[in-house]
Design a protein around this ligand. Structure first.
Ligand SMILES: C[S@@+](CC[C@H](N)C(=O)[O-])C[C@H]1O[C@@H](n2cnc3c(N)ncnc32)[C@H](O)[C@@H]1O
Length: 375
């Protein structure tokens, strides 16, 4: 029988239920919704498959040890008892990510530093050599989570965050996080067959995530590496099988996905990313200001991430949102339009009655993802 472990998959606020559905679909069991995470039971196969295919997961954590923590020394002493040499060669590299929400430590960086000291001291005392630190691209990423006098030590099986899909070769001034974009497409309920249009597409994140969803291209298809591939227990045969099985699901579905942006630089960026993802046949992008556009297909779903006046300054944000509403009413009858914005006041000036509102976060910004049904 395959060994089952309780893993934790991390996600963005508001995406927990979508991730739970994705996990159930790949064979995860006993899923439990947490804050910005889902815990589940599964085998190593489910762990590999989740890393490769789940669109709304940011990282998958593998538990190592849980212990009570009431004073600072508890951290160092417990970390030092963990057989780190089972996971990492003495010549390898490591990084520590820490989250602390207790008064035992005043800051998370100190937790990371003490953890690193304990790991390194263990190697030094036993083997004479010690792993070095590499914050960007370590062989082993250790995750420490201290909450309510309990410390959870896990290994980050993803390595870098899974929003780094690997297809973003060039970026725009305010790109959406890929996991958020994938989540928005799924939250919109887009059925993968009606046309999908993003009229302010920037670097093309929503379009690419929609196309990957429609064509069943695994979320990690373009990613060069996952953390677990550098672990001592890496099962290459299993990994090759998981990838082959997921890749076999890719289809050539004829779906109409299009975008436009008034900035020609943004259009060039989007086209480059789309070309890298070999989605040029699936996604069409043109340079156009939304106010001058008319539908080029049958009605479908619009998903739009207009400027919020945070990173992209707009002179008259109210007038701008009012104009978006006017164009939707005049030119896009029959569509369902979804708009994500952190500017709740400006959203009201769209001048249409929202038929659904969902709270999501774009980084630290609380946003509404709002549906307008233009029937
Ligand atoms: C927040 S960014 C979109 C980022 C995009 N979701 C991404 O992931 O890269 C907003 C975009 O709206 C575009 N924009 C602003 N005003 C516009 C208008 N009137 N018509 C079309 N695009 C517009 C900007 O050029 C910018 O690329």
């Amino acid at each position: 029988m395959k060994e089952k472990i309780i893993y934790t998959a991390k996600t963005l606020a508001g995406m927990e239920e979508l991730l739970q559905q994705e996990l159930l679909a790949i064979g995860a069991e006993n899923t439990q919704l947490l804050k910005r995470a889902v815990a589940f039971e599964g085998s190593k196969e489910v762990l590999y498959r989740g890393n490769y295919s789940c669109r709304t997961a940011l990282r998958f954590l593998v538990p190592v040890k849980t212990f009570p923590i009431t004073k600072q020394e508890d951290l160092y002493e417990n970390i030092k008892t963990i057989p780190w040499e089972d996971y990492l060669e003495g010549s390898g590299t490591l990084a520590v990510d820490a989250v602390n929400s207790t008064s035992v430590f005043t800051n998370s960086q100190y937790v990371a530093l003490k953890t690193k000291d304990a790991v390194v001291d263990r190697y030094r005392e036993r083997t004479g050599n010690r792993p070095s630190i590499n914050l960007d691209d370590p062989d082993l990423r250790i995750n420490i989570h201290i909450y309510k006098e309990t410390c959870n030590v896990s290994l980050d099986s993803s390595g870098s965050s899974l929003h780094k899909r690997g297809y973003r070769k060039v970026t725009g001034p305010a790109p959406l996080n890929e996991v958020l974009a994938a989540g928005l497409v799924q939250l919109s309920g887009w059925n993968k067959t009606v046309p999908l249009y993003d009229p302010m597409c920037g670097s093309g994140t929503i379009l690419i995530e929609a196309a990957m969803l429609a064509r069943n291209i695994p979320a990690g298809y373009f990613r060069p590496v996952f953390g677990f591939q550098r672990w001592k227990d890496f099962d290459e045969k299993l990994w090759d099988r998981v990838k082959a099985e997921e890749n076999a699901k890719i289809n050539d579905a004829a779906v109409t996905i299009s975008g436009s942006d008034k900035a020609s630089r943004a259009v060039a960026t989007a086209l480059e990313n789309i070309a890298f993802a070999k989605l040029t046949d699936t996604i069409k992008v043109t340079a156009a200001a939304f106010e001058y556009t008319v539908p080029t297909s049958d009605p479908g779903v619009i998903i739009c991430n207009p400027p919020y006046d945070e990173r992209l300054q707009i002179d008259d944000i109210i007038g701008f949102y009012k104009q978006i509403g006017d164009v939707l009413k005049k030119n896009y009858k029959g569509y369902e339009a979804w708009i994500i914005s952190s500017d709740l006041k400006a959203l009201k000036f769209i001048g249409l009655h929202p038929s659904k509102k969902i709270t999501v976060f774009n980084g630290p910004l609380e946003c509404r993802f709002v549906r307008f049904s233009l029937y």
